[in-house]
Design a protein around this ligand. Structure first.
Ligand SMILES: O=C(O)CCC(=O)C(=O)O
Ligand SMILES: [Fe+2]
Length: 271
């Protein structure tokens, strides 16, 4: 019997009593609703090979390949391993691939190995972050768009930052299914407001980066082998906390294509 239990106040729920390989349509509809309500879903004790993980992911939409690290047999499945703290590409607040014009709506990790302690993933609810701002600042931010780039990642991977992908998105996006607004900027990828200089953008962006990761918007997932966790990149930021030294941590990662981030009206051409 499928059971959904909230796991933290700002976001997150645990789904038990299901095997995601064999979900009927009614159970999947329940899970979809829980995902819209809680933004992050954890399914403990899932036994999944990469093909089965892809099959579950495909129920949410078309799979989106990541430019880095697909496995040979399954190019849509990325294997995440412990590369050490200095080389961890995910130890910063971000929404996946927001530097693309059409970023993935959701990402799912399946834990093959997890540290005894540490290596948690932190999430921050960006609907709450937006709601907590003053109405005057909310109104101002609704008018703004921001430039997101993968320059930092390109540097980490020893590639030319000038050739890194970039995209312009609304600073406040309307969630396609929920219909409410979420803040959509992140320290990892957001460079400046569209039409503003970097020096002009810095102060307000810095405030938003701090605000968006306030402790009362956050919850963390502590991994056990077999956990399958999905997060909604339209609703939350996430941060892979690297505090587990050299302890092995291995995940299979799949992401699902989303829509172009919008304000709930037809998308405008990007500047
Ligand atoms: O390994 C994690 O906890 C999260 C990694 C991450 O940021 C991602 O897979 O998009
Ligand atoms: Fe990520």
């Amino acid at each position: 019997m499928i059971e959904i239990s909230r796991s933290a106040s700002p976001l997150g729920a645990t789904v038990t009593g299901v095997d995601v390989r064999v979900l009927d349509d009614a159970a999947f509809a329940t899970i979809r609703q829980a995902f819209a309500d809680h933004h992050v879903l954890a399914f403990p004790d899932q036994e999944l090979d990469p093909g089965e993980q892809k099959a579950f992911a495909a129920r949410w939409g078309p799979l989106q390949r990541h430019p880095y690290n697909g496995t040979e047999a399954h190019p849509e499945v990325m294997r995440l391993e412990n590369l050490g703290k200095a080389k961890d590409p995910n130890e910063h607040w971000h929404s996946d691939m927001s530097y693309e014009p059409v970023p993935p709506k959701l990402t799912m990790l399946h834990a093959l190995e997890a540290p005894e302690l540490g290596g948690e993933t932190a999430f921050a609810n960006q609907h709450l972050a937006f709601e907590a701002l003053s109405p005057a600042l909310q109104d101002h931010l609704r008018q703004l768009r921001a430039v997101h780039t993968a320059e930092g990642l390109a540097r980490l991977y020893g590639q030319d930052p000038a050739a890194a992908p970039r995209a312009v998105h609304p600073v406040v996006r309307v969630h396609e299914e929920r219909g409410d607004e979420a803040l959509y900027v992140c320290r990892a990828f957001t460079q400046r407001f569209d039409g503003w200089r970097r020096s002009e953008s810095r102060g307000l962006l810095e405030f938003l980066f701090e605000h968006s990761a306030r402790p009362d918007f956050q919850a963390r997932h502590r991994w056990r082998p077999g956990d399958l966790v999905l997060w909604d990149n339209r609703s939350v930021l996430h941060y892979a906390v690297h505090d587990h030294g050299d302890d092995p941590r291995v995940m299979h990662r799949v992401q699902v294509e989303g829509d172009r981030p919008g304000r709930g009206e037809p998308a405008q051409a990007s500047a």
